[in-house]
Design a protein around this ligand. Structure first.
Ligand code: PLP
Length: 506
């Protein structure tokens, strides 16, 4: 077609301005449309709860990939019914059901209902937490929850910010550690001038079982993974303070510059808490920033019975909290908390259109001043608000107590069975073990791999795995307070059956 033949006015199509055209936008006249769409979506959630009796459908990647690839994004569907039917086939039917006892794999908690109700408000009203003029009450609700979390840790002058997750919170911890070191000891402002010439000598100490985000974060911060020094662990895979001190001395002797320690409160693989008091003492003596990664272990803040496991956390310079793990919140909900609120000034950056330098932030606050990566930021704090205001801290703590109790009983049960080998007890809810069977004749790695995969594609039970000293182990993450020892015994029986089947004993 020759465009030049079309008269200019004809080529511009102005959409008809009527109600129907704008019905899909959330606005003052589309309340009914909104309510109907959400109601239909909620029905699918109800079906998900009703129909999913197994944690996974067992669908193979080839099959689901083809289903998704066949969808033509250029042709929208006529109504919500067909849209939801399609999404059911592509997603809901095959979604991993974290709420079932047979899901016992990764650090995915079941979520609490008040937080789900909060999600409705969060997404529809869609406040962005960067400045007061975008979220008035939201700004103060977030601040109050940060202050509350600070108090639970034991900080007096703490502050912090909600983040997207533990990896991001850990990044903030190492960023402050790095920039604080350079500012304080080298009079070098990394934000303005970039890394100091000796930055490649900066060293960060983590245990062998610390989360991998520490390594990625060291890379993102321009220090490289080479800056991470691995410290040996004790029989429960907790950082060994003597080895920590030795590692620090070794690095100093090599001419390197220790700047920080990341201790883990609740390791991903074992759920154990590093000895925080001893580590804090060493951090103090060597003037190192201490960051505590409590992404998982933060749940211990909620329980009087087990809170002592976190003793010493109040001595850390900064802490990572994942509410979307041990506070039973929907993803995302996490926080970065610092002991000394002034340290957050390191990351402040002023933009004339958003948070100009001359503004008085005591009078007109702006959470953006405390955020490193996100500018537009969800009001995730409202979920925790709903949870604390409706259920209260104590009830969450009872969930944690129950999980710990079930885990201890499970550990004893595994130990009592000749066919299993338990590697280690847990402060929280993670148990690493393997099926032994007739291990004298066979490699136990292969049979355990077989068991895990067989269970996964049957969809009956989802367990995780990990490697310890090159050996393959099965891993339970017990994260559901409703799960009982008898649920877990059934799972262990299935594991045994599959192991026996592998060896042809049946
Ligand atoms: C899960 C986890 C993280 C990462 O948190 P995300 O929210 O997944 O980014 C960090 N540290 C530990 C110990 C964890 O268990």
């Amino acid at each position: 077609m020759n465009n030049t033949l079309i008269h200019k006015e004809e080529s511009v199509k102005v959409p008809l301005i009527n109600e129907d055209f704008y019905k899909d936008i959330f606005h003052q006249n589309s309340g009914a449309e909104y309510a109907q769409a959400v109601k239909l979506a909620q029905e699918r959630v109800a079906n998900f709860l009703k129909n999913n009796r197994k944690p996974f459908s067992g669908i193979r990647p080839e099959e689901i990939r083809t289903k998704v690839e066949q969808i033509d994004l250029a042709s929208p569907l006529p109504d919500y019914e067909s849209l939801l039917n399609e999404v059911d086939e592509l997603y809901v039917k095959h979604a991993t059901a974290y709420h079932l006892p047979e899901y016992i794999a990764h650090l995915n908690c079941p979520v609490v209902i008040p937080a789900l109700a909060a999600e409705i408000l969060i997404s529809a009203i869609n406040s962005s937490q960067d400045t007061y003029d975008q979220s008035a009450g939201g700004t103060f609700i977030e601040r109050k929850l940060i202050d509350w979390t600070s108090e639970q840790i034991g900080y007096r002058e703490g502050d912090g910010i909600f983040t997207a997750g533990g990896s991001q919170s850990n990044l903030m911890g190492l960023l402050l550690a790095r920039d604080y070191y350079a500012l304080h000891y080298q009079k070098q402002n990394i934000k303005l001038d970039g890394l100091p010439s000796d930055a490649s000598k900066f060293r960060i100490f983590v245990s062998d079982k610390a989360h991998f985000s520490n390594h990625k974060n060291a890379w993102i911060l321009g220090l490289g993974e080479q800056s991470i020094v691995h410290v040996g662990v004790d029989h429960r895979y907790r950082m060994n303070p003597e080895e920590l001190e030795k590692a620090i001395a070794d690095e100093i002797e090599k001419g390197n510059i220790p700047i920080a320690i990341t201790a883990t409160a609740g390791t991903t693989d074992f759920g154990n808490v590093d000895p925080l008091i001893a580590i804090a003492d060493i951090a103090g003596r060597y003037n190192l920033w201490l960051h505590v990664d409590a992404a998982y272990g933060c749940g211990l803040l909620l329980t009087d019975k087990h809170r002592h496991l976190l003793n010493g956390i109040e001595l850390a310079d900064s802490v990572t909290i994942d509410y979307h793990k041990s506070f039973f919140q929907p993803i995302s909900s996490s926080a970065f908390i610092v002991k000394n609120k002034l340290h957050l000034n390191i990351i402040k950056h002023h933009a004339d259109y958003l948070n100009p330098k001359e503004q008085n932030y005591d009078a007109l606050p702006a959470q953006i001043n405390k955020s490193i990566i996100q500018s537009t930021r969800r009001f995730d704090a409202l979920k925790l608000w709903f949870t604390l205001r409706y259920m209260g801290k104590e009830k969450l703590g009872q969930f944690t107590d129950t999980i710990i109790e079930t885990t201890q009983k499970t550990a004893e049960y595994i130990e009592s069975d000749q066919k299993f080998e338990l590697l280690c007890h847990s402060d929280m809810g993670v148990l690493v073990f393997r099926y032994l069977g007739d291990s004298a004749k066979n490699s136990s790695c292969k049979v355990n791999q077989y068991i895990k995969e067989k269970l996964f594609f049957s969809g009956e039970v989802l367990v995780a795995s990990t490697k310890v000293n090159g050996e393959f182990y099965l891993k339970f993450t017990i994260f559901n307070p409703i799960t009982t020892l008898s649920d877990i015994k059934k799972i262990l029986n299935l594991i045994k059956q599959n192991g026996d089947e592998y060896y042809g004993l049946n």
